[in-house]
Design a protein around this ligand. Structure first.
Ligand SMILES: Cc1cc2nc3c(=O)[nH]c(=O)nc-3n(C[C@H](O)[C@H](O)[C@H](O)COP(=O)(O)OP(=O)(O)OC[C@H]3O[C@@H](n4cnc5c(N)ncnc54)[C@H](O)[C@@H]3O)c2cc1C
Length: 287
């Protein structure tokens, strides 16, 4: 077994890991950085694949795909990497079907669907309450949010059960939760939900595809290119694919060692900055 020494070892070649590597490299060009990725590709939850389309093969996004003009960091990164965006097509009728198979399918063109006066009132009061709570959230440091522990002790479901008046509104929130977060309202901390909405500029901004909202643009050629371009900038030789980290050892005042399913049988070591021992073990599927 050989022992390689690196200044920084990053676990995961998704957008976070590769952006961190890119920023570090920009600040200190000589840093020896290694990125270990369990899968056989970069991009993590962003993945773009080529599939046949009407005008010939096209690259489609199967994970993260939208960006918005208010998301200034990613917009700057897109520009810096020489990528281009195009507006999300959102012209035409929208379709809403809630309440089960027996309920009718509704069409609408405005940002809010056609609702009965009671549901509309419910929607307004709920939106107003969530907006007020969003303003209190400290996005940079969630624990500095007033009542953070209380907000975190409830789920989106328990908040909605207490604060929504109508069944239809509760179901609408369920649809939002599933489509935006991929989980049921009962599986998500209400504090996390507020932070996510606050970071997007509010609940409506999180859900909409109009200018200034979270689904405003898509990236030409797909979002996985962000990670591919970042890997290019950092240097592909510094990105090891198929290298799942299974354990991290840190001994006080000493180096940090990482062990795992490496293609090469190599122990990787980075200098320790903290005093606390780190012990983390786990497995990773390469799917
Ligand atoms: C279907 C879907 C749609 C989405 N839509 C949007 C959207 O429209 N707009 C938006 O902004 N966001 C969207 N997101 C969220 C966005 O894709 C993620 O927030 C973002 O990609 C997360 O990047 P990350 O680097 O933090 O994590 P990840 O992308 O999860 O990257 C983590 C990486 O670390 C690797 N890894 C983990 N453990 C280990 C280990 N032990 N050893 C080695 N490697 C390891 C993983 O394999 C992975 O490659 C969507 C996500 C999904 C799934």
């Amino acid at each position: 077994m050989t022992a390689d020494i690196w200044d920084v070892v990053i676990v995961g070649a998704g957008l976070s890991g590769l952006s961190a590597a890119h920023l570090l490299r920009k600040r200190h060009a000589k840093l020896k950085i290694l990125i270990l990725e369990g899968k056989d590709r970069v991009g993590g939850r962003t993945v773009s694949s080529e599939i046949p389309a009407a005008g010939g093969a096209d690259r489609w996004d199967f994970g993260g795909q939208w960006v918005g003009s208010t998301q200034t960091h990613i917009m700057e990164l897109i520009k810096d990497l020489g990528l281009e965006v195009y507006p999300q097509f959102n012209v035409g009728k929208k379709v809403l079907h809630v309440g089960g198979p027996t309920c009718k399918v509704r069409m609408y063109r405005t940002s809010i669907p056609t609702l009965s006066p009671l549901v509309l009132l419910d929607f307004s009061q709920l939106l107003w309450k969530i907006k007020r709570l969003c303003r209190t959230v400290c996005v940079q440091d969630l624990l500095r949010t007033p009542n953070a522990a209380e907000l975190d002790s409830m789920t989106l479901h328990s908040y909605i059960e207490k604060n929504a008046w109508t069944q239809e509104m509760k179901e609408q929130i369920g649809v939002c939760s599933r489509s935006v977060f991929g989980v049921e309202p009962c599986q998500m901390s209400f504090l996390f939900f507020l932070m996510y909405a606050a970071a997007a500029g509010g609940l409506l901004a999180l859900l909409e595809s109009t200018p200034g909202c979270a689904q405003e643009f898509k990236i030409k050629g797909g979002t996985q290119q962000l990670s591919e371009c970042l890997a290019q900038r950092v240097g592909w030789k510094n990105v090891r694919l198929g290298s799942a980290v299974m354990a991290i050892w840190q001994v006080e005042y000493s180096n940090i060692s990482l062990g795992g399913l490496m293609r090469s049988d190599t122990e990787i070591t980075a200098p320790s900055l903290g005093k606390q021992p780190v012990s983390s073990e786990g497995s990773l599927s390469s799917a």
